[in-house]
Design a protein around this ligand. Sequence first.
Ligand SMILES: [Zn+2]
Length: 100
Amino acid sequence: MAKWHGQAGRKWRALCQQVYTEETHCYWCGQYVDQTLPPTHRMSRTADHKHEVHEGGHPLDRDNVTLMHRACNSAKSNKIRARRRAIDRGAVIMVDPSTI
Ligand SMILES: [Zn+2]
C-alpha cells in the first residue's frame, strides 16, 4: 500500500479538485454545496474520506473521497471522535442472544 502523507500531498490536492469538479452535493447532508463560498465559510466546500483512513479506508481512492460542507465535515469528525472515545472507555455494545 502506498505511504500516506496526510492531506497536504500533491495527489490529495489533485483528488480534491477532481471531487470539486465532479460532485455538486454534500455526502453528509445531501444538500447542494455552493463552491463559490470563501473557504472560511461554514458551508464552503471540503473533500473528505467516506471511510476514515485510520479505519482502513484508502486515502487516495477516488471512490473513498467525497464532497462535503465544511460544517458537515466537522459534524462527521465529531461523531467519529465521540464513537472512538466510547470504544476507548470500553463501551462496546453487547447483544444478549437470548433477547433476539
Ligand atoms: Zn452538508
